[in-house]
Design a protein around this ligand. Structure first.
Ligand code: G6P
Length: 477
């Protein structure tokens, strides 16, 4: 391995195993924004992606075949971190997704803190750090990702002080008063500061992190650089910044312009009964996404006849996620109750009010759906960025369509020309949907053009290049 190669360390590998009805295993792209963002930044580059294969392995059970190390369309290698069922339950379902995820999303659900889960988090982080230490050539660059691996940068530095280490948090970093609840707050901040460069989605996230660093450790930042005591009484620098993650605009644009996508979009509109207005939501089935908010707003608008039920449909695609965690079972029940209620009282035979798909759809099908949709509804209560909003904008090659977007997403900073909403304000959400539905062609075009102009210049390749450039220059001596 040469010095130019990049090592990605993320909880999830970019592919996950799907076992078919006859037991055959195929690999499909893993869900979520992280994989969507990091995958294209590695394309055409040599390197290694270190992660978990998404399975809960039980001793004695037949194990999955290893993921092919390389595949035709992939230049980098895959290195699996083996995690036992119990590790995954405590580290992933437990500390990562029942404590950190809700805490970092403004405690929308109550974070649950268990000491044994944090111990498992520490152990799992060490396994990832050791795997990276084994894979990295002398002086190599390692990029660690997201909230599941916040201890890895410092662990890896103590194993391999010669490496350049970057860390990026894909989710929000919360306000100091919230973060300070965390019993292991010092360990987490020290873990992250093991990196030479620490990236957040927004300047607000970076500011929050610097504030807790000063408060907990007494280390103030100068021009976003924190001086960290190093080995043998020395000091090193950790730089903190904001890097807004994005999408692979070129690839999405190619897909959007393909005749297959246009035909499929037309077919979808027909299958939906050729209504005047199609509204669309696409999310992981997560309580942070505000799926219930938009479904309620839409149902009320139909009931009040402010949207015509004969002329309007809503499609909600919800990708199953973290199904072993109670809060995720709860949000699924809530969403399905709202869909059932809306279809029971407002739908007709052959014409449901809400088309609900609980599945993960390939990007080709999503692009056709985006093109078929007149209004895209993105209403999270809190979201680090939200790449669905950017994918929708990338799909609108004719500068049409309308985006209703929550103020509490990172994407809202970059897309102020959308119809911005406060998802806690039901009347406000309803007003925005009606305004988007009634907007004239010119207004929609003006807004979409501005959003597309920004997106075209800020694609995911630029995000990755800026982070890696800064990481390389930060650590040059
Ligand atoms: C978000 C997180 C990622 C995570 C993804 C999917 O995008 O930031 O770290 O991989 O959701 O969630 P999952 O738990 O299925 O990996």
């Amino acid at each position: 391995m040469s010095e130019d190669e990049l090592i990605i360390v993320a909880n999830r590998l970019p592919v996950e195993a799907v076992t078919g009805p006859t037991g055959e295993v195929t690999w499909k792209v893993s869900p979520g924004g992280l994989v969507a963002a990091v995958e294209p930044s590695l394309k055409g580059r040599q390197g290694v992606w270190i992660g978990w294969n998404g399975h809960y392995e039980t001793p004695g059970e037949s194990t999955l075949p290893p993921i092919p190390e390389t595949a035709d369309n992939r230049d980098y290698r895959i290195a699996e971190v083996p995690l036992k069922r119990q590790d995954v339950e405590l580290y992933y379902d437990g500390f990562s997704n029942s404590a950190l995820w809700p805490l970092y999303h403004d405690a929308i659900a109550t974070p649950i803190y268990h000491r044994n889960e944090f111990d498992a988090y520490r152990r799992a982080n060490m396994l990832f750090a050791q795997a990276a230490a084994r894979a990295a050539a002398p002086g190599a660059t390692v990029w660690v990702h997201d909230y599941q691996l916040q201890l890895v940068p410092a662990m890896l530095r103590s194993l391999r002080p010669d490496l350049r280490i970057g860390f990026f948090l894909h989710i929000p970093f919360p306000a100091p008063d919230l973060f300070l609840q965390l019993p292991w707050r010092r360990a987490i901040v020290l873990g992250i500061l093991g990196a030479d460069l620490v990236g957040f989605q927004t300047t607000g996230g970076a500011r929050n992190f610097l504030a807790v660093t000063e408060r907990l450790l007494g280390w103030p930042a100068k021009s976003n650089i924190v001086e960290v005591p190093g080995a043998h009484g020395g000091r090193r620098e950790s730089k903190v910044g904001a890097f807004a993650v994005s999408v692979d605009v070129d690839r999405l644009d190619r897909l959007a312009r393909s005749p297959e996508t246009a035909n499929r979009a037309q077919q979808l509109r027909k299958d939906l009964g050729s209504p005047r207005t199609i509204l669309l939501g696409v999310d992981r089935l997560d309580y942070t996404k505000g799926i219930d908010v938009r479904l309620r707003a839409y149902t009320e608008l139909l009931e009040e006849k402010r949207l015509d039920p004969a002329e309007t449909v809503l499609v909600q695609v919800a990708t199953p996620s973290r199904e072993n965690v109670d809060e995720y079972q709860r949000i699924r029940d809530d969403v399905e109750l709202i869909v059932g209620h809306a279809n029971g009282s407002l739908g007709r035979i052959g014409a449901p009010a809400i088309h609900y798909v609980r599945d993960s759809l390939p990007i080709e099908e999503l692009m056709a759906l985006y093109q078929a949709a007149d209004i895209m509804l993105v209403t999270p209560l809190r979201d680090g960025m939200n790449l669905v909003a950017k994918e929708y904008v990338a799909s609108r090659i004719n500068d049409d369509g309308a985006l209703v977007l929550s103020e509490f997403t990172g994407a809202a900073r970059e897309m102020p020309q959308s119809w911005l909403v406060n998802p806690y304000d039901m009347d406000g959400v309803k007003e925005a949907i009606v305004a988007a539905a009634n907007a004239g062609h010119d207004e929609k075009r003006r807004r979409m053009r501005a959003m597309r102009a920004h997106l075209l210049k800020h694609d995911v390749q630029r995000w990755a290049a800026e982070f890696i450039d800064q990481l390389t220059t930060t650590t040059e001596t």
